[in-house]
Design a protein around this ligand. Structure first.
Ligand SMILES: Cc1cc2nc3c(=O)[nH]c(=O)nc-3n(C[C@H](O)[C@H](O)[C@H](O)COP(=O)(O)OP(=O)(O)OC[C@H]3O[C@@H](n4cnc5c(N)ncnc54)[C@H](O)[C@@H]3O)c2cc1C
Length: 315
């Protein structure tokens, strides 16, 4: 997630002047509130919508916490307005969590991408990997049912436009970078008007890092023509002399390297047009070293495939 850290700090300007803007924002929105028809009045409200909930934070409440593997928890929250609200966080977009550490003056803000759907009533779900001494991730891992969490957002995300004709894209995730990639995939596949086909490649250290497997399997089963997932396992399990990982088409040994990219790009180029309506061909979210090796200035996508900056979206 090269841009994860930079994003974290890039997100901060949204708060600068928040207090000052709050009053103006509230007045503006109150004066612009449209008249609603009866059916629209019954429609669920969005718990989070820009810019209001970026200026005025919301408190969400932990309902369940599930330890999904050695370092990752799935934390489910209820929205402040219960079932009368939906999160409203678009597919692929993140929210900003805030907490006040016991040591230190400044609050800690971090972005997290919900894995729940934008229109799910009353619920917002996060998948959080804990980093050693990670300030926000350790705080989130300390929460239990009943705990409250302050959130702002959503942070504006890639503006996905539903293409008029079938198109092919490549999505690449590294480790915990799967959440925006998974969310975007779900958004694309669940739209009946969207015919985009997705090649999703996910690099992990070990098979125990593969979270959301049940969900990804279900999506692949439901949309066999539109989603193919390839896992690249780089740790000891994925070394050439290690025992087989199973289905060789699905589980590759090593990093997301040139050979893997060649294979998925060939599939993306096979039938229709490679790239979305805006010409973005590859979406990537992973640790800095991975993003640099694949999408950086001297990365594989530019070097071997001649992709230019605007054809790659890094989260
Ligand atoms: C748009 C966006 C969406 C995100 N969505 C999610 C999500 O859904 N789930 C999730 O778990 N995380 C997500 N992240 C990452 C998250 O925002 C934090 O960066 C992460 O949880 C670490 O924060 P921390 O405060 O715990 O660690 P810090 O206190 O900032 O760092 C502690 C230590 O961990 C290391 N570290 C921190 N972050 C990373 C990293 N990403 N890769 C490698 N080492 C790291 C640091 O080098 C440091 O040594 C997202 C980031 C962005 C930009």
């Amino acid at each position: 997630m090269a841009s994860l850290f930079s994003r974290s700090s890039r997100a901060l300007p949204y708060f600068t002047g928040a207090t000052g803007l709050a009053a103006a924002g509230a007045t503006y929105y109150a004066s612009r509130r449209p008249m609603l028809l009866d059916s629209a009045q019954n429609a669920p409200k969005k718990a989070l919508s820009m810019p209001t909930s970026m200026l005025f934070p919301k408190e969400i409440t932990v309902t369940t916490v599930e330890q999904v593997n050695h370092d990752t928890k799935r934390i489910t929250f209820s929205l402040p307005g219960g079932d009368s609200e939906i999160s409203g966080v678009p597919f692929g977009a993140a929210i900003l969590t805030a907490h006040q550490p016991t040591s230190g003056w400044l609050p800690v803000f971090r972005p997290y991408t919900p894995i729940s759907d934008p229109d799910e009533r009353g619920v917002l779900q996060l998948l959080v990997k804990q980093y050693p001494n990670g300030r926000a991730s350790s705080y989130l891992h300390s929460l239990s049912p009943g705990s409250k969490l302050t959130v702002r957002g959503p942070i504006p995300a890639y503006n996905w436009a539903v293409p008029m004709s079938p198109r092919d894209i490549v999505l690449i995730a590294g480790g915990a970078g799967i959440t925006p990639i998974y969310s975007l995939t779900k958004g694309i596949l669940s739209n009946a008007n969207d015919k985009t086909r997705v090649q999703l490649v996910w690099g992990v250290n070990s098979t125990r890092d593969i979270v959301l497997k049940k969900e990804l399997d279900a999506l692949e089963k439901q949309y066999p023509e539109r989603l193919q997932v390839t896992y690249c396992v780089s740790g000891p399990e994925g070394k050439p002399d290690a025992p087989s990982l199973g289905d060789e088409a699905k589980y590759k040994k090593g990093y997301v390297d040139s050979a893997v990219l060649k294979e998925v790009i060939a599939k993306a180029k096979k039938e229709g047009v490679w790239g979305d309506e805006k010409g973005t061909k590859v979406f990537i979210c992973g640790p800095p070293a991975m993003q640099e090796a694949i999408a950086g200035k001297k990365g594989l996508l530019g070097g071997e495939y001649g992709l230019v900056k605007k054809e790659i979206h890094a989260f």
